[in-house]
Design a protein around this ligand. Structure first.
Ligand SMILES: NC(=O)c1ccc[n+]([C@@H]2O[C@H](COP(=O)([O-])OP(=O)(O)OC[C@H]3O[C@@H](n4cnc5c(N)ncnc54)[C@H](O)[C@@H]3O)[C@@H](O)[C@H]2O)c1
Length: 441
């Protein structure tokens, strides 16, 4: 009860609290002048989405791969805008791009090691920035993002498209309506066989990913599953991640794949891959909730969209696509514990609890990547900037969700010892307003 009142009060305080709790700010703007750094597979996909939105002008593009750069320039001119200036002199040519005086936002879809350096350069040059996931690779980089955003007053958002999935926002709407009770436990995973992508044996292979599999062991891609759970559980907005423990199975599938594909004498078959095939990370929150994150990009499997939550009054499972609500799904029959605990179809709840965003923009998002999530994240990014509002996912979220990687690596390397999650908000998680799904529209 006390928690419900607290959340309601925080929601009422809404914008005032979120403005108070983030030092970055922005004036409304009619047109958002955009640059992209990194226009490979992902950057080009996002560029196509952005070009469909009103109030966007793409003024500059950077990529060290000149063919990718030229392809992206053509995407822009095909959309009817002037050819954006290209930057491809070197891996640090993004600095020249950031120095332009006709940019409001730098979108960054480069390989992971460039996310923080480019975000920091953009903010220091007076631009807002939106980075692909994860925002940072080390604890130090996470702090660097937070401190630079606070110092410059510029937004640093992370492009976590999973937060905008239809069922994620619907469950958030149901949580706000009190249907699931208090969220107690949730689990989610990034379970995606990327062996061919890492070894570059498919046309869209990304060889930069392989290096991380060779050298690192932990949960290397935590933000896709963490983002939705953080919104459901008010992480950084009423609660916060406190500590984690992490464990990896032994590495096996990468070497087996390399022997089969390239022969036993190939250097890739002789390479030792540090990344354990299946990583499980357990997190505890300050208010006593628990989270499990799964990570597996090495094993033969079908991509699985694992997303589950257990609240004090009910549960949701994305795999079954079903919901159970005490007193509704079992028709109030709590006495008869043997039966009547029937799951209900998620679709049954759509009529009542479809999120505000999906009601309004569901049709427009159709056909865009990741179940419409790519359209939704870019739509919200640009809309917030045009209206002078903070991004839905701010620098504190980017840091707290990304830091899971280095902390899981440290825990795995030390017999699963608990690792403290830094409080990047420096106590402001207690007063920051929870995400209000009715405002995400
Ligand atoms: N959110 C999602 O659903 C999603 C999906 C795919 C990829 N991603 C992320 O997007 C990022 C890019 O992935 P991708 O699949 O497009 O990889 P990619 O290899 O296809 O593209 C990366 C591009 O960045 C360029 N590049 C590399 N270093 C650069 C530098 N210093 N300056 C300028 N350009 C540079 C490369 O030439 C390439 O064109 C990664 O962080 C990845 O994790 C996110």
């Amino acid at each position: 009860m006390e928690q419900t009142i607290q959340r309601r009060d925080l929601l009422k305080a809404g914008l005032a609290v979120s403005a108070l709790a983030t030092s970055a700010s922005a004036q409304p703007m009619e047109t958002v002048r955009v640059a992209f750094v990194g226009v490979g597979g992902r950057g080009t996909g996002l560029l196509r989405v952005v070009l469909k939105l009103p109030g966007v002008k793409v003024n500059a593009l950077a990529d060290i791969n000149e063919a990718n750069l030229a392809r992206a320039q053509k995407v822009v001119t095909d959309a009817g805008q002037a050819k954006p200036e290209g930057y491809s002199r070197s891996e640090t040519d993004f600095r020249r791009l950031c120095d332009r005086d006709d940019l409001d936002l730098v979108i960054n879809a480069t390989p992971w090691q460039w996310h923080t350096p480019i975000s920091v350069a953009a903010m220091n040059a007076g631009k807002h920035t939106a980075t692909e996931v994860p925002a940072a690779l080390t604890v130090e980089e996470c702090w660097q993002l937070v401190e630079t955003s606070e110092k410059t007053g510029k937004h640093c958002t992370m492009l976590e498209n999973d937060c905008y999935y239809r069922e994620v926002l619907m469950i958030l709407t149901m949580i706000r309506a009190g249907l699931l009770g208090e969220p107690l436990y949730a689990e989610a995973g990034y379970l995606h066989d990327l062996r061919t992508v890492k070894f570059n044996t498919v046309p869209h292979g990304e060889p930069w990913r392989l290096e991380h599999t060779v050298k690192r062991n932990g949960n290397l891609y935590p933000t896709h599953p963490m983002g939705p759970l953080a919104w459901w559980m008010d992480i950084n907005r009423g609660d916060r991640l406190s500590h984690l423990v992490s464990m990896s199975s032994k590495p096996s599938a990468m070497k087996a794949f390399a022997i089969r594909e390239f022969g036993a004498d190939d250097y890739r078959a002789k390479t030792d891959y540090k990344l354990g095939d299946v990583n499980v990370t357990l997190l505890k929150t300050e208010r006593g909730r628990t989270i499990t994150l799964w990570f597996n990009t090495n094993s033969p499997r079908v991509k699985e969209h694992l997303l589950r939550i257990q609240g004090s009054k009910g549960a949701f499972s994305s795999l079954m696509d079903k919901i159970f609500i005490e007193g509704r799904s079992n028709r109030g029959d709590t006495e008869n514990w043997r039966g009547r605990h029937d799951w209900e179809e998620t679709a049954e709840y759509r009529k009542e609890y479809e999120s505000a965003l999906w009601k309004v923009k569901g049709d427009d998002s159709r056909g865009s990547g990741h179940g419409g999530g790519d359209y939704m994240e870019m739509y919200r990014l640009i809309k917030n900037l045009r209206e002078g509002r903070p991004p839905d996912i701010d620098v504190y979220d980017a840091a707290a969700w990304s830091v899971i990687s280095p902390l899981s690596e440290a825990s795995v390397a030390d017999r699963s010892q608990p690792m403290e999650v830094p409080d990047f908000t420096r106590g402001k998680w207690k007063i920051r307003a929870p995400i209000d799904p009715d405002q995400i529209v």
